[in-house]
Design a binder for this molecule. Structure first.
Ligand SMILES: Nc1ncnc2c1ncn2[C@@H]1O[C@H](COP(=O)(O)OP(=O)(O)OP(=O)(O)O)[C@@H](O)[C@H]1O
Ligand SMILES: [Mg+2]
Length: 261
């Protein structure tokens, strides 16, 4: 079967702030990254801070092009597939002038869904994520974790088959995190959604993923591709989970040591 997402030899650099770019200094962020996500697969990108994970997501979502390399979605170049990726950015980017419910339906609205229908769908998911009493609140009144959940609801509601989630659990407490992990797993298992998940948490990676790509420190490259062939549901205390976590941590530690040398 053709993979959903195929990234080949992706490279990206940015002009270093203050150097003006042209003739100035550049920051090499991604160097020759290749990876694939199969239809219905849950793939995690794990890597140290600053290695280019969000940059890769931005490219996959079509926000800007790579300097080199190719991104294919269902076999077609990314340019043709813009708007086909549901993307939750690391910064939650809620619109401050819209209530929670109307932030949640933004993606559906853009896709042309009738507002009443969209709201009903959003209400259901907001309730599952523990936000039922905050539908009419404005984002500025919410905690960081609540804002993150609203952004996640907004992304999940988009009827798109590739979900790119950039550290969606960063601000969540352990209980909420576990509940939402369970929800994501069901999305994948029951609805066959394809998920590219970004984290620097090895436990998230092992509990959720079919495969994990471990990235190097900047410039980000793929250091290792680790399949996680453990049965589900998975608990953090399972022997297999503990073993895989230790393996991923060892890889990450090497990278951190490299980065801060
Ligand atoms: N638009 C941009 N212009 C200039 N530099 C950028 C831009 N976007 C990202 N960078 C730089 O690229 C590097 C990688 O950033 P990125 O956000 O992709 O890392 P990350 O792996 O997502 O890190 P974290 O885990 O902390 O979220 C950083 O040094 C950042 O300063
Ligand atoms: Mg990031």
């Amino acid at each position: 079967m053709m993979p959903k997402l195929v990234i080949t030899d992706l490279s990206k650099r940015f002009p270093l702030a203050g150097s003006g770019g042209n003739g100035g200094e550049w920051l090499e962020v991604l160097r020759g990254v290749s990876l694939q996500v199969g239809q219905g697969e849950f793939v995690t990108l794990l890597g140290p801070s600053g290695c280019g994970k969000s940059t890769l997501c931005n490219i996959v979502a079509g926000l800007f092009p790579p300097d080199r390399g190719e991104v294919l979605l269902d076999g077609a170049p990314l340019a043709a597939s813009r708007g086909r990726v549901a993307y939750m950015q690391q910064k939650d980017l809620l619109l401050p002038w819209r209530r929670v419910i109307d932030n949640a339906i933004l993606g559906l609205e853009v896709q042309g869904a009738p507002r009443a229908e969209a709201r009903a769908e959003a209400r259901d998911l907001l309730r599952r994520f523990g936000l039922e009493r905050f539908e009419l609140a404005y984002p500025s009144l919410l905690s960081g974790g609540m804002r993150q959940r609203v952004a996640l609801v907004r992304t999940l509601l988009c009827r798109k088959d590739l979900l790119v989630l950039d550290e969606p659990f960063g601000a969540l407490d352990a209980m909420t995190r576990a509940a939402i992990q369970g929800y994501l797993r069901r999305l994948q298992e029951e609805f066959g959604r394809t998920i590219l998940f970004i984290t620097h948490d090895v436990e998230d990676a092992v509990l959720l993923s079919d495969r994990v790509y471990v990235m190097t420190a900047r410039p980000g490259r793929v250091r290792a591709e680790i399949p996680i062939p453990l049965p589900r549901p998975r608990q953090s205390t399972d022997g297999g989970v503990v073993r895989e976590k230790a393996g991923l941590l060892a890889l990450l530690h090497d990278e951190m040591a490299e980065a801060f040398r």
